[in-house]
Design a protein around this ligand. Structure first.
Ligand code: FAD
Ligand code: ZN
Length: 468
């Protein structure tokens, strides 16, 4: 092993590695503290050629390696739980090109999402991927997880925002697919294999991204609705008024508002009366977006789809309404233990799903506190439960049982057990219960084709055949 490490260190030079456990420590624990890893060596390459050299050595010596971007993943995919070498892409953080006419941006994969958003904004354009972790997560991680977020309704998931990729294969060969062409039907679209592959098929070193026109006007409202069914009616009604300009449609339950006001500094309820459910709506587009939203809200209030609403009158107000939605995960974390599910079901089935799955979890654990929120416009709910006060340990002991109850109901509704966070370590062993034998066979065959030595993020995403 020491000879392999010596070769790896030589491949990246003095600045490109550390064995100092103090420096490695922040890379070993993820945001929720659920997975704790260990690693003897953190590699920090500065170029594609260095990544290629690293993987060639790892492949030859059968040394397992875990790619990591901003370490914000929520399913443990980026954590070296078996003591693997860590490969951080964070030094590869340059914007390589911004093509204003073609509306594309090419970046190294360690570039932080917020940096890409700002660069697009400075050029009077928009990169629409938007996540609460955008200040830390990287484009490589966003691609490897096919990230979603709050604007999927309008712009799609990360997959729809990628035009080209540069990928280093497990044996060190480089796939040069960094095209910016909007149209390219020249055979299999190989880049798609790596989008959502969670670092198990190749290491993404650069990406060419689609940019969009900046909306001239953005309007945001926080709307009280009596039920998820009413929220769904509001979605149809907003689509009618907004044309193609509906940007976000996020469901927020009352308990989330309470938790945010309790745990997050300077937060308050923007509406006078309490409501069991809320929706955050954003319309963005040509001038007059504000008027269109106002008309839609008046119509919804008249028809009793909504019971109250507040519209942001300034960018600062819009941001503070968004902060309520984006602080829910953090507030829930500060409240104590929780069991979370990132699921999707067909949009029309959301109210029935919430009713059935909530009742089933409460039957199992009567004190559990449902905190169901998220991207209603995509049928994607963060179907979370906080522990009853003071019962964190007893509640967490039910993790597996509660997860099965929820995911089985998701399956009954023809939904997905991972809408946007991926499979990683957390859901890997669940996949055989919810995916067909045929799909799993093809997944395993692809893993064996791209990574025959099983060195790339082993033990993640693809359910076992290869054992560590
Ligand atoms: P990491 O966490 O470092 O890695 C994630 C996975 O990608 C791992 O499997 C890793 O091995 C692999 N990987 C990373 N970089 C590369 C690379 N260059 N090549 C190959 N594989 C690579 N996600 C959503 O989809 N929607 C949300 O709304 C959302 N909100 C979040 C809010 C908070 C507060 C937090 C903490 C997380 C949230 N996430 C969300 C999850 C997370 O931010 C995303 O999954 C993000 O895309 C991960 O990017 P990262 O750079 O941090 O990747
Ligand atoms: Zn989300």
């Amino acid at each position: 092993m020491s000879e392999t490490f010596a070769r790896l260190k030589a491949a990246v030079g003095e600045k490109g590695f550390t064995e100092d456990q103090k420096e490695i420590a922040p890379h070993l624990e993820e945001w929720r503290g659920k997975y704790q890893g260990k690693s003897p060596l953190l590699l920090k390459p500065a170029s594609t050629a260095e990544v290629a050299a690293i993987l060639a050595i790892c492949n030859e010596t059968k040394t397992a390696i875990v790619p990591q971007g901003g370490n914000t993943g929520l399913v443990g995919g980026q954590i070296p739980v078996h003591g693997e070498v860590l490969l951080s892409l964070q030094r590869m953080n340059r914007i390589l090109n911004l093509d204003a006419k073609g509306m594309t941006m090419t970046v190294q994969s360690g570039t932080v999402l917020a940096t890409v958003q700002s660069a697009a904004k400075e050029a009077e354009m928009l990169f629409p991927l938007s996540l609460a972790s955008e200040g830390s997560c990287t484009i490589g991680g966003n691609i490897a997880t096919n990230a979603g977020g709050t604007h999927v309704l309008r712009y799609g998931m990360m997959r729809s925002l990628v035009l080209g990729l540069e990928v280093v294969l497990a044996d060190g060969r480089v796939l040069p697919m960094l095209t910016s062409l909007p149209k390219d039907n020249s055979g299999y679209d190989l880049k798609q294999m790596f989008i959502g592959s969670e670092g198990t098929l190749g290491v993404i070193t650069a990406a060419s991204l689609r940019l969009f026109p900046r909306p001239l006007e953005t309007a945001v409202a926080f709307v009280a609705v009596p039920s998820p069914g009413a929220a769904l009616d509001l979605l149809g009604q907003m689509r009618g008024h907004a044309g193609g300009e509906l940007n976000a449609f996020e469901l927020v339950p009352r308990i989330a508002m309470d938790l945010v006001c309790k745990h997050i500094e300077k937060m308050h309820d923007p509406l006078r009366l309490s409501s069991p459910w809320y929706v955050l709506v954003e319309i963005a587009g040509g001038s007059g977006a504000g008027e269109r939203l106002q008309d839609a809200l008046n119509d919804a209030l008249t028809r009793d789809i909504a019971t109250d609403a507040v519209m942001a009158m300034s960018e600062a107000q819009a941001q503070s309404l968004w902060r309520i939605r984006e602080s829910i995960s953090e507030a829930q974390r500060r409240e104590g233990a929780s069991i979370k599910h990132d699921i999707s079901v067909p949009i029309a089935a959301v109210p029935a799903f919430i009713k059935k799955a909530t009742a089933a979890v409460l039957a199992k654990h009567p004190g559990a506190r449902p905190v169901t929120f998220g991207h209603l416009g995509d049928g994607n709910l963060h179907f979370n439960f906080s522990a009853p006060p003071g019962q964190d340990a007893a509640f967490l002991a039910e993790w597996d049982a509660i997860q099965l109850i929820v995911h089985d109901i998701v399956k009954d509704f023809s939904g997905s057990i991972s809408a946007e966070h991926g499979i990683g370590t957390m859901k890997r062993e669940l996949l055989p219960r919810y995916k067909s034998h045929e799909e799993l066979e093809v997944m395993r065959a692809l893993k064996a084709l791209f990574d025959p030595g099983n060195i790339l993020n082993p033990g993640k995403t693809v359910p076992a055949l290869h054992r560590l």
